[in-house]
Design a protein around this ligand. Structure first.
Ligand SMILES: NC(=O)c1ccc[n+]([C@@H]2O[C@H](COP(=O)([O-])OP(=O)(O)OC[C@H]3O[C@@H](n4cnc5c(N)ncnc54)[C@H](O)[C@@H]3O)[C@@H](O)[C@H]2O)c1
Length: 398
């Protein structure tokens, strides 16, 4: 396969659990060592689109903590026991080959609520990321690089005028306002300025602020987000339409999430948790048309590691106002649920970019807790949008 047909996947948060599982999974798929289970892009009719094969993806990225993709993959294998040591051995060479494209940059870590002094100015950090993206593309002769945000949850700043238009946002960069510009905004801005499609799998701001949505339109680049829909919210958006369709009145929907990985540790911080809860909370009201009583709790339980438990209690009223209850327990590996979706999003973003599509990608709403460009939250309706998009492209391709 010639270089012209290869696409780069540059991940911010490249040594985290999801990023590592993405890297191992892509290598296993590329070598034909893993089935396509969990990949939406491998379902018919999406499998008939001209999507990039997995062995055409070249990986790179950066993290704020030291390490390399092999060490990270060994740690995930040991800690989470998701993929086997045999599978890791089979792809170790591929992971080693991409180590040079992973960089460590502790300067990219700050929190808007308490920006630490002494970091380089924002414009310099933007230039650093842009330079890394350019070098990554040049070193591998890549026609395109998709930038994926997989960093830890960050504290969201208040929405301010400086986030609304590009000129004002660039003024915040020039004034080095780390109390108003988050790291994920810097990655997104750098990506869009380099013409790279952007995927925000996290509840971080990324390219969701109006200034950056405008920039994506202006430079003609597709982007999508926010916050991958992998567990409890996936269940909610599948089940809530059932209650609506049967005219059952949901009185309360209470959710408890127990998780013990690094994401769980980050979410133990109330400031960071706020963004995640905002995304989770909005869903029911959008689907049902009213807001039942409900709380979503997230508890950090270190011994659970990547294996998350979500328990939901739905208290609803039926005919003659008789109350009934649905309880469900979801136990899954966060990274195993998330990684195939990241690969799907990369393939769809690359596909859209190759066809000159730009701006938001509402046909990818089913992948996100808080999809940009649509208020549709019901899973099946979101999935229909992806099917319609796919059919349109298949017809156009003849
Ligand atoms: N199922 C899921 O696990 C799921 C679903 C939706 C969203 N998410 C989100 O995806 C993200 C990644 O999840 P994870 O489980 O891999 O978390 P993780 O903590 O294992 O990985 C995050 C990585 O980002 C790095 N990082 C933090 N700040 C950074 C910065 N400013 N620049 C570069 N790197 C930075 C960390 O060092 C770490 O290696 C989180 O924001 C999480 O909320 C996860």
């Amino acid at each position: 396969m010639g270089n012209r047909e290869r696409t780069g996947v540059w991940i911010a948060g490249a040594l985290g659990d999801i990023a590592t599982t993405v890297r191992v999974g892509a290598a296993a798929l590329g070598r034909g060592l893993a089935p396509h289970t969990g990949l939406v892009s491998a379902l018919p009719p999406m499998d008939r689109l001209d999507l990039l094969p997995f062995d055409a993806l070249v990986f790179g990225g950066c993290d704020i903590h030291p390490g390399n993709p092999v060490e990270a993959a060994e740690a995930v294998c040991r800690r989470s026991r998701t993929y086997s040591p045999d599978l890791l051995d089979a792809v170790r060479e591929d992971l080693m080959a991409s180590a040079a494209d992973y960089s460590v940059d502790p300067d990219m870590a700050w929190d808007v609520s308490r920006p630490q002094p002494g970091l380089p100015p924002l414009e310099m950090l933007v230039e650093r990321v842009r330079d890394r993206l350019r070098r990554f593309a040049a070193n591998h002769g890549l026609g395109r690089v998709v930038v994926v945000n997989l960093i830890s949850v960050e504290t969201l700043p208040a929405e301010i005028d400086g986030h609304r238009d590009l000129e004002a946002f660039e003024a915040l960069l020039a004034a080095d306002r780390k109390d108003q510009v988050t790291p994920s905004m810097v990655y997104a801005y750098a990506a869009l300025r380099e013409g790279c499609p952007h995927v925000n799998f996290t509840p971080c701001a990324g390219a969701s602020i109006p200034a950056l949505q405008g920039l994506a339109e202006q430079v003609g680049v597709p982007h999508c987000g926010n916050d991958g829909k992998t567990g409890e919210t996936l269940l909610k958006t599948a089940l809530a339409p059932m209650f609506a369709a049967r005219h059952l009145r949901v009185m309360s929907w209470e959710g408890f999430n127990l998780l013990g990985n690094e994401d769980g540790r980050s979410l133990a911080d109330p400031g960071r948790r706020a963004g995640k809860l905002r995304n989770k909370g909005r869903v029911l009201e959008e689907v049902l048309g009213y807001a039942p009583h409900g709380d979503v709790a997230i508890h950090y339980v270190p011994s659970l590691g990547d294996w998350k438990t979500a328990w939901d209690l739905v208290h609803f009223a039926g005919f003659l106002d008789v109350p009934m209850t649905l309880q469900l327990t979801w136990q899954g590996s966060d990274s195993i649920l998330a990684a195939p979706l990241v690969l799907d999003l990369v393939r769809f973003a690359d596909f859209a970019a190759r066809r000159g599509e730009s701006g938001l990608m509402p046909h990818l709403a089913s992948f996100f807790k808080d999809p940009m460009g649509t208020r549709e939250h019901a899973l099946w309706s979101q999935f229909q949008a992806l099917l319609r998009y796919t059919e349109r492209h298949l017809r156009a391709a003849g």
